[in-house]
Design a protein around this ligand. Structure first.
Ligand code: UD1
Ligand code: MG
Length: 458
């Protein structure tokens, strides 16, 4: 028997009050819908359809080739959204699981479990339910005296007694595919909301079909995200899960509630992460590294025993035993060699440094390649931009760049060069040279008094 999934993601998500459609909103930098589709891909499901409508292009680009798309031009409710899959799905035979695009914590094991439960029980419709201590906002499960499900009533349609029911509709349903499309047309519009509720299929189907429930005891994986507060709750759950995974693998995380690690980050054991640190994108942190506090690392590789504190590292690589920070900014393909020291308001962009290179204070290194053991004095700058184009600076091995030096690119500096402090260097410097490019100092004897007014005049 074939297994299908339908994911409803056509809604705007009015309660989010964001520009992006709700199901595309990122949680730990990954769009909500991705979580659902990834778990479907890991499950027993053979084919999936995603119902899209509001800003559909976003989902088409995101999920191209992974799901089929059904279009709901006007968002007239969850029942109406499933109707939009009719042409694609109604002729197919098999079992269909319906999922909502706003349940990012869903797990493929739940999908597998409820689908096999549905088939084993011989149900025609299985509604997945759970209990919440505070069920506000969810549809309530109404049961009869035999504990059989009778109906689902939306929070705003509940009377006071129904509002006290803690068992809720998770929004996951398993249904025999051919039966689904026979009953959908019978859903009537909900006058209060002007929508066709999918939840109505319970009352419709229970007359002629076997309708059952699957009660999930762990409610954490099925929370519905409807507003930015629930985004933060879902994010917290995911963050804790990822941090726990790394901690159990030998990563020491100090104050883990302040540390955010993305899904695609690899961290080796014997790494320490200090508070207020974000590591995202496909980043790799190698053993012995110490990262944070107050640090952001995105799509970067941090090699063995590197220290990065109070700094930003984006799209860059830092080789072993180097110290970055405090307050450094590496970006656009910066590749820092071994045993470097880059800190205290130093920016490195699209540049490669050799081993043992130092830029410890107030420097800008852009579009530059250095050899080994180069010392950038405080305030040195590679002047890479002439207002129109970017130019390269090439620096050899064992070069000393005095404080407040400007290296006006394009420029080449040979090995073993010494540049006097305060130089503005516009010509290449050959190997072994001392370069001085500044005005000579003049000391005028006894002259200072002409500029110093007596105390009384002030
Ligand atoms: C829904 C259920 C509720 C359940 C809760 C679980 C209904 C009527 N209510 O309520 O019983 O407890 O989920 O989280 O089904 N969507 C469309 N097209 C539409 C409307 C919605 O595709 O016309 C999509 C949305 O993009 C969203 C999903 O369906 O991903 C659920 O819609 P939402 O508005 O969040 O429903 P809830 O009010 O949370
Ligand atoms: Mg919802």
């Amino acid at each position: 028997m074939k297994k299908f999934a339908i994911v409803l993601a056509a809604g705007k998500g009015t309660r989010m009050k964001t520009e992006l459609p709700k199901c595309a909103f990122p949680i730990l930098k990954k769009p909500m819908i991705e979580y659902i589709v990834e778990n479907i891909e890991k499950s027993v499901v053979d084919e999936s359809v995603c119902v899209i409508g509001y800003q559909k292009e976003i989902f088409e680009n995101m999920l191209e080739g992974r799901v089929e798309f059904a279009y709901q031009e006007q968002q007239l409710g969850t029942g109406h959204a499933v109707m939009a899959t009719k042409d694609l799905m109604a002729h197919k035979r098999g079992t269909t699981i319906i999922l909502l695009g706003d349940m990012p914590l869903i797990d493929h094991k739940i999908i597998n479990k409820v689908m096999s439960y549905h088939c084993d029980r011989g149900n025609d419709l299985t509604v997945v339910t759970t209990e919440f201590e505070n069920p506000k906002g969810y549809g309530r499960i109404i049961r009869n005296e035999y504990r059989n499900i009778e109906a689902i009533v939306e929070h705003n349609d509940c009377n006071d007694e129904q509002k006290r029911i803690k068992e809720i509709n998770t929004g996951i349903y398993v249904v025999n595919n051919s039966d689904l499309y026979k009953v959908l047309d019978s859903i009537k519009i909900n006058e209060r909301k002007g929508e066709y509720y999918l939840t109505d299929i319970v009352e419709i189907m229970k007359k002629d079909y076997i309708v059952g429930t699957f009660v999930l005891w762990d409610n954490t994986k099925v929370m519905g995200v409807n507003d930015l507060f629930s985004v933060s709750v879902a994010e917290k759950v995911l963050r804790e899960k990822i941090n726990m995974f790394h901690m159990l693998n030998g990563v020491s995380i100090i104050n883990p509630e302040t540390v955010t690690i993305g899904h695609d980050v690899q961290i080796e054991s014997n790494v320490t992460i200090y508070p207020n640190t974000y590591i995202t994108g496909p980043s790799i942190i190698k053993t012995g590294a110490k990262v944070g506090p107050n640090t952001e690392i995105h799509t970067s590789t941090i090699h063995e025993n590197v220290k990065v504190k109070h700094s930003l590292v984006h799209d860059s690589e830092v080789h072993a035993n180097t110290v970055i920070g405090p307050f450094a900014h590496l970006r656009n393909g910066a590749s820092i060699g071994e045993y470097n020291r880059i800190g205290n308001f130093v920016e490195v962009k699209n540049s490669k440094t050799g081993n043992g290179t130092k830029a410890a204070h107030l420097a800008y290194i852009g579009d530059t390649e250095t050899g080994n053991n180069v010392n950038f004095g405080c305030g040195s700058i590679t002047v890479n931009y002439d207002g129109v184009k970017k130019h390269k600076t090439m620096i050899g091995n064992d070069v000393f760049i005095g404080c407040n030096t400007n290296l006006v690119a394009p420029i080449e500096v040979g090995d073993n060069v010494f540049i006097a402090a305060g130089s503005t260097v516009t010509k290449n410097i050959p190997k072994g040279a001392l370069a001085i490019a500044r005005n000579k100092q003049i000391n005028k004897a006894d002259y200072a008094k002409n500029f110093i007014r007596p105390k009384d005049d002030q």
